[in-house]
Design a protein around this ligand. Structure first.
Ligand code: MV4
Length: 448
């Protein structure tokens, strides 16, 4: 095991990683920007080092400053958390070049999954179901017209370098294909410096179901069931749950095995997530693979009784997955995570930074809160608006929902606006209670 690990992140995930390291008996070093001097991770970590000014380009994305801090503080490994440098192949390589272990997959695996078109082609080649579409990039309009005619409208133009909903265009008919194709390419070029696009049939009313996987360097690979992330607003997840209300044990086993086939094909190592769309007939299609630990990992930790951050660290240190001979194939309970953002749901979810004047965290049975906030903490305007994750669980979905409602009512955050009241409205929707959730849920139920 490592003696010292550097955490290249901030906020609740930095706190989460400090906790895992402490339990493993590993010394933690957290980096921070000028804006984050007074944060909980800085207070809880064994060591802390300022790596630059507030803008993330000069701090949390500053590779040389982070690697310099790791080297000068004697860390053997770097945990990137999520966001920032977590899926940056250049950073993973820079770590290796400086004799530092990047706690995550290889640069090669990050690169290959980062190109959504290559990832899709690789999955199609090994028989993982993909949405009907172009086999490869679409380079001119006439080619797009031909593919669209074969798969049928509506079609979706996606950027190869995109993902997470960025650079996508829905096309309803041939008349609008040319302008959408040009717009998608222009947008992709500006956003990713890569204008390559491909085409898929656009699925109506899909659910977003993703499989958590772990693979170690000793040849073990396990899946840890699914998370249902259908409740999103403009590609920002609001709440996640597991198990998915849409899966049967048989479908779970098939999706899990499919995700593991993907993992083995690319010799994946570490924690990862294979994203699928599930259509209304129970067909599932590979979307993309996230080569990082995700925000919603506590949902999986809860339903499988595991510690994914500790497993990531163990795997990076060359150890085997601690439970690889007894991976839970069925969820032990039902869990829901509510993302508490410093945003005003009454004002188009506009960011609401500021000082937290009063804070009451919920407790009692089936409640976990992952957060870096405290009374008197000032949420800076400079970063992501996630300030807490409330995770609740129960023996079944109904109990988890009741606990969620109860815990959201106990949770008080004063001084800023948050997404707490919006979550209560979601829980009150009859369709949510019935598990009838699709990726257009927020749009259709709230007009947002
Ligand atoms: C799709 C789709 C429908 N058909 N692909 C959005 C993010 C990216 N990961 C994939 N996305 C979608 N791809 C086909 N062929 C609908 C979406 C989509 C979506 C997916 C997951 C969660 C929320 C979503 C919201 C809108 C669209």
């Amino acid at each position: 095991m490592f003696g010292k690990v550097l955490i290249a992140n901030r906020g609740e995930v930095a706190v989460r990683i400090v906790r895992a390291l402490r339990e493993l008996g590993v010394t933690s070093v957290v980096v921070y920007s000028d804006a984050d001097r007074d944060t909980l991770a800085v207070r809880l970590a064994d060591e802390a080092v300022c790596i630059g000014p507030t803008p993330s380009a000069q701090s949390y994305l500053n590779m040389s400053a982070i690697i310099g801090a790791a080297t000068s503080h004697g860390a053997q490994a770097i945990h990137p958390g999520y966001g920032f440098l977590a899926e940056n192949a250049t950073f993973a390589r820079a770590c290796a070049d400086n004799d530092l272990v990047f706690i995550g997959p290889t640069a090669q695996a990050i690169e290959m999954m980062g190109d959504k078109n290559i990832a899709r082609a690789t999955m199609a080649r090994i028989g993982v179901p993909t949405v009907p579409g172009s086999d490869g990039p679409v380079t001119d309009v006439s080619q797009a017209v031909r593919f669209a005619a074969v798969v049928g409208y509506p079609v979706l133009i996606k950027a190869s370098a995109g993902g997470g909903g960025k650079g996508m265009r829905v096309v309803e008919d041939e008349a609008s294909l040319e302008s959408a194709f040009i717009a998608a390419k222009t947008e992709a070029a500006a956003a990713f410096a890569n204008d390559e696009v491909y085409l898929e049939k656009y699925l109506l009313k899909p659910r977003h179901v993703e499989i958590q996987v772990l693979a170690d360097t000793q040849g073990n690979a396990v899946h840890l069931c699914e998370r249902d992330c259908s409740i999103q607003r403009r590609h920002q997840k609001l709440l996640e749950e597991a198990p998915s209300p849409a899966l049967t044990p048989k479908l779970r086993a098939r999706m899990g095995e499919t995700a593991l086939r993907a993992v083995r094909e690319v010799s994946y190592v570490g924690a990862g997530t294979v994203e699928f769309l599930l259509d209304t007939e129970g067909n599932f299609y590979f979307m993309e693979m996230n080569t990082r630990i995700q925000v919603e990992h506590p949902v999986t930790e809860t339903i499988t009784d595991t510690d994914l951050i500790k497993e990531q660290i163990r795997i990076a240190a060359g150890e085997a997955i601690s439970f690889c001979d007894r991976a839970p194939l069925a969820p032990l309970c039902h869990a829901i995570e509510f993302r508490i953002n410093a945003e005003d749901p009454d004002r188009h979810f506009w960011p609401s930074p500021g000082t937290i004047t009063a804070l009451r965290l919920p407790g009692g049975p089936g409640v976990r809160v992952d957060t870096h906030i405290y009374q008197g903490y000032t949420v800076p305007p400079s970063y992501d608006s996630l300030i807490a994750k409330l995770i609740v669980w129960g023996v079944d979905r109904a109990e988890a929902i009741a606990r969620g409602r109860r815990a959201l009512q106990e949770l008080v955050i004063e001084g800023i606006q948050t997404t707490i009241p919006f979550h209560l409205r979601v829980l009150d929707e009859p369709d949510f209670a019935d598990g009838v959730v699709y990726t257009d849920f927020i749009e259709t139920h709230f007009g947002l």
